[in-house]
Design a protein around this ligand. Structure first.
Ligand SMILES: C[S@@+](CC[C@H](N)C(=O)[O-])C[C@H]1O[C@@H](n2cnc3c(N)ncnc32)[C@H](O)[C@@H]1O
Length: 239
């Protein structure tokens, strides 16, 4: 396994669609990386930008990119050997609208400027059950404030998860946020997927590595989609 990780890390360095910036200047000196420049410097177009946080192997990033060539996708995870799977597939398929970024989500504001991101996917994020105030849980309002600093007005946040706590707490905390629920289900593969239109059917049918594991264990998959309203100023306000 260690050997495999080394191989994957080495391969990432050869990919021009993988970004693995040194975090020290970002943490210590407040430097930024590609902030406001993803479209102009990497994608070289003005298409929408969708990011997947905690992307793991990057199934959503790659499969959505393949289905939507006019949308840019960026998978983000702290574990480069995981998203190496997606980066390899994107390269093999010749996808030009996919990139991966290795960082901790805690520093996400260093990578995106105001109004730079159209949509955020949070797929099977670590539930962090001991994190009472949400300083580690990337689905918490603490993190949503960071996301609000770069998400567009009317931008979308999607959460797909096996753990009802994540789904319910995000919906409960809604009152303190400028987001409204667009759609949700506590059992995606039950009645819900039969009722949504074909576009959403194919989007929600994408299965991540962790999702497949939880489905094998008989767990239900939850999904909720939020839309941003009146975001301005919220990211700087006190929760
Ligand atoms: C349970 S896995 C889910 C992976 C993938 N989305 C899936 O569904 O298969 C959670 C992922 O989030 C990443 N992660 C957790 N906390 C993170 C953080 N603070 N910053 C960046 N990545 C993080 C982990 O490295 C891991 O790949």
């Amino acid at each position: 396994m260690a050997k495999d990780k080394l191989k994957r890390w080495a391969e990432n360095k050869t990919f021009d669609h993988v970004f693995e910036p040194n975090l020290l200047p970002i943490i210590k000196e407040g430097k930024t990386f590609m902030k406001g420049e993803w479209r102009s410097k990497f994608f070289k177009n003005n298409h929408p930008l969708v990011i997947e946080l905690g992307c793991g192997k990057g199934e959503y990033t790659v499969q959505l990119a393949e289905a939507n060539p006019n949308i840019n996708y960026l998978g983000i995870d702290v574990k480069g050997h995981r998203f190496n799977h997606g980066a390899r597939i994107a390269k093999a398929k010749g996808l030009k609208n996919v990139a991966f970024l290795r960082t901790r989500i805690e520093f996400i504001e260093a990578f995106f400027d105001t109004n730079e991101v159209d949509e955020i996917w949070l797929t099977f994020s670590d539930p962090q059950p001991k994190d009472d105030i949400g300083l580690k849980r990337i689905t918490s309002v603490f993190f949503w404030k960071k996301y609000a600093s770069f998400l567009k007005e009317n931008g979308i946040i999607h959460i797909k998860h096996d753990n009802p706590m994540i789904y319910e707490s995000a919906m409960e905390e809604l009152d303190t946020t400028p987001f409204v629920i667009q759609s949700h289900s506590a059992d995606v593969y039950g009645d819900y997927i039969k009722k949504v239109d074909s576009k959403w059917k194919s989007i929600l049918s994408i299965r991540t590595y962790y999702e497949s594991r939880w489905l094998e264990e008989g767990k239900k998959i939850h999904y909720v989609r939020f839309k941003a309203r009146n975001l301005q100023g919220w990211s700087n306000s006190i929760v």
